[in-house]
Ligand binder design. Structure first.
Ligand code: HSE
Length: 297
């Protein structure tokens, strides 16, 4: 028995919703192939050349499957072949894709045994290995599709939201920002006045998404807590944001913990103009970058 999966990239946080909002997009996406083995072992193979660890206990898909085998006392094992198109460390949910793909693949191979919440639960073990935190904001949209709200991760309580008809432009500059470092630098305490602004924006964003109100989505995409700290790690961030908004973007910001940056647009043409803005911003500084034009998936 074998399953093949296409596992999407995801954009976590959606600017103001740190650790609770996330969205699946259709480009880039990983390819995974999984098989049930007669023996209780895990074999992981990458065909992408990123040099990720293949030892099950050190691999994000591997730890998810180890946990599933342990909890279900399985006599079977799994073979997993992963071809990553989502670059590790991009801030586009590369680790989440492998973890979510492993949980979904096991679910399918074992006869549709899990709920979506259970798949999120198991996949979070992969995120914990990758970043030290059990956050589900990339995992949930990977498994549910579209945009999801992680109302709580312990216990897992996911609210699928509507998928607005918007274009997404994302740029991945080739600079390294580790999720664990990007979490470490955040302030642990925030001011009540900042919190009020932030939850106003989150509530506005969720209402805008549910009502397909693009203008409300645009004016809610503001982050007064995380972005001011993290954007310092991303060259050209302010420039790209300003120029994209001038070119007609609805709004946007850091994708997950960075270094990727994303922008929403209503029209394909605007999203392609923004792709050009992003590319030339990095070309001018000699930083290599990859640009993706996509839709909410
Ligand atoms: N919500 C997480 C963060 C996503 O911003 O740290 C990281 O992938």
């Amino acid at each position: 028995k074998k399953v093949t999966l296409k596992v999407p990239a995801t954009i976590a946080n959606l600017v103001c919703g740190f650790d609770i909002l996330g969205m699946a997009i259709n480009e880039p996406a990983d390819d995974m192939e999984m098989r049930l083995l007669e023996t209780p072992e895990i074999i992981i193979r990458h065909t992408d050349g990123f040099g990720l660890p293949e030892e099950p206990a050190e691999n994000v898909a591997g730890v998810v499957l180890l946990k599933i085998m342990e909890r279900l006392k399985l006599k079977h094992g799994f073979e997993v072949i992963i071809h990553k198109n989502i670059k590790p460390g991009s801030g586009l949910g590369s680790s989440a894709a492998s973890a979510a793909g492993a949980a979904l693949g096991a679910h399918l191979l074992l006869g549709n045994i899990f709920t979506r919440e259970e798949m999120v639960y198991y996949a979070m073990f992969g995120e914990e290995l990758a970043s030290g935190a059990r956050h589900a904001d990339n995992i949930a949209p990977c498994i549910y599709g579209g945009i999801t709200l992680v109302k709580s991760s312990e216990p897992v309580d996911i609210i699928p939201l509507n998928a607005p008809d918007l274009w997404v432009t994302a740029v991945h500059p080739q600079v390294e920002v580790k999720t664990s470092d990007a979490r470490e630098i955040l302030r642990k305490n925030i001011l009540l006045k900042d919190a009020i602004q932030q939850w106003g924006n989150i509530a506005g964003l969720v209402a805008g998404i549910q009502n397909n109100d693009h203008a409300l989505i645009g004016r809610s995409l503001n982050d007064v807590i995380i972005e001011p700290v993290r954007s310092i790690l991303i060259p050209k961030f302010d420039h790209i944001k300003r120029e994209s908004l001038e070119a007609g973007a609805l709004g946007g910001g850091i994708s997950g913990s960075g270094p990727s940056v994303f922008m929403f647009s209503e029209e394909e043409e605007t999203s392609r103009t923004i792709a050009g803005i992003m590319k030339s911003a990095y070309d001018s500084t000699g930083i290599e970058s990859l640009v993706y034009v996509s839709k909410v998936n």
